[in-house]
Write a protein that binds this ligand. Sequence first.
Ligand SMILES: [Zn+2]
Length: 110
Amino acid sequence: MRRHVDIRYRPDGFEAKCLMCAEWHPLTLDYWYPKHGMVRCKACLRAYRAAWERGKRHDEAWAEGVRECRRVVYRANRTERLAKVQAWRANNRERIAAYMRGYRARRRAA
Ligand SMILES: [Zn+2]
């Protein structure tokens, strides 16, 4: 496993990519806990620790931590993501209709 995270620059500052949830977080103490390594973001560290406390070890705890972190990220982004998908659908009605016409034609031909 890699022992460091990817770093990128954005106009508001540097961001690091958590190895566990693969999300980019600003390089601040709100998201990272340098004392415990710059590998997982705080949410993932919490999830990983919780798994460890429940008696899960190594890979199992890691996998459990990843799942928990994904749940957190999913919950945090759910509304926004759904709104984006609905907006895209509303803006691309013609394109979707055209695709579906083509799809039905291909199915009929097969
Ligand atoms: Zn994370």
